[in-house]
Design a protein around this ligand. Structure first.
Ligand code: THU
Length: 140
């Protein structure tokens, strides 16, 4: 599987940062954006959307997945997450599982903040020994 070229990486990070600028996070004040690269080179972005009934809030990654699936794509080739804090804002546990539905262990995950790329990892590093769609295939 070819490595992500730098221009695509930059495009994905920019999309995550732009989505982060539109986050609706009046309760936590913690703005997050996510962008997903699909197999056709398309980029699908989303932000966190909070709710006065706090548990009804949605993470940026979940928003981006909804955008991607609604656009007709079902395969994630790379992920960018944009946040800001003392340590890189990696996807929460639930979102690691959500991403795993459409991505693989080797899928690159780029973690950025407004200053640029902070961490380059993979979904397999974030969610080792993942449970995924293959577990439900007949004969498994
Ligand atoms: N958040 C995300 O959008 N993605 C993550 O992976 C981590 C957390 C959001 C949820 C909530 O709106 C805010 O960040 C604070 O937890």
């Amino acid at each position: 599987m070819p490595a992500l070229d730098l221009a695509t990486e930059a495009r994905l990070i920019q999309a995550a940062l732009a989505a982060r600028d539109r986050a609706y996070a009046p309760y936590s004040g913690f703005h997050v954006g996510a962008a997903l690269l699909d197999t056709a080179g398309g980029v699908h972005a989303g932000c966190n959307v909070e709710n006065a009934a706090y548990p009804q809030s949605q993470c940026a990654e979940a928003s981006a997945i909804g955008v991607m699936v609604a656009a007709g794509s079902r395969r994630i080739m790379a992920v960018a997450v944009a946040g800001q804090g003392p340590s890189p804002v990696t996807p929460c546990g639930g979102c690691r599982q959500r991403l795993r539905e459409f991505a693989a262990d080797h899928t690159p995950v780029l973690v950025a903040d407004p200053s640029g790329l902070r961490l380059r990892t993979t979904l397999g590093e974030l969610l080792p020994h993942a449970f995924g769609p293959a577990h439900l295939e007949p004969g498994q």
